[in-house]
Design a protein around this ligand. Structure first.
Ligand SMILES: CC(=O)SCCNC(=O)CCNC(=O)[C@H](O)C(C)(C)COP(=O)(O)OP(=O)(O)OC[C@H]1O[C@@H](n2cnc3c(N)ncnc32)[C@H](O)[C@@H]1OP(=O)(O)O
Ligand SMILES: CC(C)C(=O)C(=O)O
Length: 539
């Protein structure tokens, strides 16, 4: 029940009041608690400056009692970012510091925050039975309330902006939780944060709990939430809390934080922005800085972003399959609910791969400046599909190589390489078998040869299959693209009847690329010098 006796579970599905939600960023405090992250003062300052550009409302800069380094970090941020003036006259973000309900912690926090235009001391104490018994020497509920109230009052002697968090709130006896919330609000806490410390809550229940507390507290304090992601529900729980009246959400960039992390800044911001039709809340965040912030935090913390992470993952705006690409090329809204440019990215990406279709392929070629006939596109597309089956990412360089190899050499060819097969090893002689199609009469000839190496063997087999006395005189292979599935680009010179012809071939398989280059050289000989078969008298 609320203070006024109205049923507390009767929460509206939408809260269309347009009121702002405060974004409280704890990347530098809880985010840094992720195993292996230790930011120095300079790095913290760099991130804080970026958070200010992003226009978060509150930056929790650290936990000053932790170490001299943490104290110095909070102080440096308070003194600089905390006094910043935006060009549009906007105020600097509020700088917050964490403190246990302990006089020394609170004094240290206040000391570190002194330089900021606006500061907040955030005090916390565990309220769940297990935390009280195990971590706080069996402190009773009354003792916890008393210590919390004392701490809030002490913090208020330094700043008028004090936040209190009953740690492990979602595993706390609900009646006790409401009692402590009442007590700290009465003591003057301006924000009461309800942490789902171990990520235990489920969205509907959490929303109901927050609705209860919001109604109970009314305008006496802002209700905040701090959700952990142990069950992958941090963002869902935070959104549900906002729907039920929470006025502050605590977040970390890229979802960093203890264990599975905190509510991800970028995800919750974009969820609230994207679904304003249902949750009519405004945010001060400048979403165009999201990409840059996410990248910077990933670099400085050494925590990479998973490819398929919502909003900021490499694939968040990438489309690989033909049906999707066909839609997105005409109207990105067919498969996108956010605009990548609103987040600071260059835009939707059409990624060419084995699932792509002709529309995306043709567009990619057009963007590269190639205007091809339908039949040419068809031919290059077949070659592209063949390649995509073997190679995960197709780059512009790959496409250029395909075009050079396929389109600009295929006209009036005398021979087409159908397939190659090679075998060999340290104890067996390299052997190659090839099948070559004679374009004049459609005959397909299969021949094998042994060589000094795989490439020598394959050239020998091609010589036989074509019936031409061509000799490989120079040979060069380069990787067109990086990675283990790089395309090999082979350039060679083939000597036929004392004249040299350059051949080029591309494939992920170097032997196949070599075979293609050799056949390409023979084709040039055929085109430029007439039928070498006739001249050599080969069959
Ligand atoms: C959910 C959260 O993210 S909470 C924040 C967690 N972050 C961190 O702990 C990071 C920084 N922490 C630290 O550097 C250290 O833990 C310190 C400096 C804070 C304390 O270190 P120590 O004094 O060596 O204590 P230690 O960490 O071993 O144990 C915690 C002590 O704090 C007490 N404590 C825990 N929470 C609180 C609290 N909210 N208020 C008051 N006391 C508390 C415990 O009862 C224990 O007290 P004891 O030493 O009398 O037994
Ligand atoms: C200090 C509090 C808010 C916290 O980090 C937690 O409960 O997870």
């Amino acid at each position: 029940m609320s203070k006024t006796g109205t049923p507390v579970t009767d929460v509206p599905a939408t809260t269309p009041d347009g009121k702002p939600v405060t974004i409280f960023d704890t990347t530098l405090r809880d985010g840094e608690q992720a195993p292996g992250i230790s930011l120095d003062v300079g790095e913290k300052l760099e991130i804080a400056e970026q958070l200010a550009r992003l226009r978060v409302d509150v930056i929790e800069a650290g936990f000053p009692i932790t170490s001299q380094g943490d104290f110095d970090g909070v102080k440096a941020i308070a003194d600089t970012v905390g006094t910043h003036r935006y060009a549009d006259g906007g105020a600097a973000p509020v700088i917050a510091a964490l403190a246990r309900c302990h006089p020394d912690d609170i004094r240290k926090a206040a000391d570190a925050l002194k330089g900021a235009d606006a500061s907040r001391i955030h005090v916390f104490l565990s309220t769940s039975e297990i935390h009280r018994n195990v971590m706080l020497k069996g402190a009773s509920e009354d003792q916890i309330i008393e210590q919390s109230v004392e701490a809030v009052k002490q913090a208020l002697s330094y700043t008028d902006n004090v936040e209190f968090s009953p740690q492990d709130a979602t595993r706390t006896n609900p009646d006790f939780l409401l009692r402590i919330v009442d007590a700290v609000v009465e003591a003057g806490a301006t924000t009461v944060n309800i942490p789902d410390t171990v990520g235990y809550a489920l969205p509907h229940d959490f929303g109901t709990l927050i609705g209860d507390i919001v109604r109970r507290v009314g305008d006496d304090a802002a209700i905040s939430v701090h959700c952990h992601n142990d069950l992958g529900l941090a963002v869902a729980n935070s959104v549900e809390a906002v729907r039920n009246g929470a006025r502050q959400v605590e977040v970390a960039v890229n979802g960093l934080g203890e264990r599975a992390g905190n509510c991800s800044m970028e995800e919750v911001v974009m969820a609230l922005n994207t679904r304003r039709d249902l949750i009519n809340k405004s945010l001060n965040v400048n979403t165009k800085e999201i990409a840059r912030t996410s990248r910077m935090v990933a670099q400085l913390t050494g925590y990479p972003i998973q490819f398929n992470k919502a909003v900021v993952g490499r694939n968040a705006f990438a489309h690989e399959s033909g049906i999707h690409q066909h839609g997105v090329i005409q109207d990105r809204l067919t498969y996108e609910i956010m605009n990548a440019e609103d987040l600071g990215y260059t835009g939707a990406q059409i990624v060419l791969g084995k699932h792509s279709g002709r529309h995306a392929f043709a567009q990619a070629l057009e963007e590269m400046g190639y205007t091809l006939e339908k039949e040419e596109i068809g031919r290059a597309f077949d070659r592209f599909k063949e390649l995509a089956d073997r190679k995960s990412d197709i780059s512009d360089a790959d496409l250029e190589a395909i075009l050079a190899d396929e389109l600009y050499s295929a006209a009036e060819d005398a021979y087409e390489l159908v397939w190659t097969q090679v075998s060999g090893g340290t104890t067996t002689a390299p052997t190659a078998t090839v099948r070559v199609k004679h374009m004049d009469d459609g005959r397909e000839v299969t021949e094998a040869a042994v060589g000094d190496g795989m490439i020598d063997a394959v050239c020998g087999a091609i010589r036989r299959a074509c019936g031409v006395e061509g000799r490989l005189v120079t040979y060069n292979v380069a990787a067109v693209t990086p990675g283990v599935d790089a395309l090999g680009d082979v350039t060679c010179q083939v000597e036929v009847d004392g004249r040299r012809y350059t051949g080029r071939g591309v494939s992920t398989d170097v032997v196949e690329a070599s075979a293609r280059a050799f056949v390409n050289g023979l084709n040039k000989a055929f085109r430029l010098a007439g039928n070498p078969k006739a001249e050599t008298g080969a069959p």
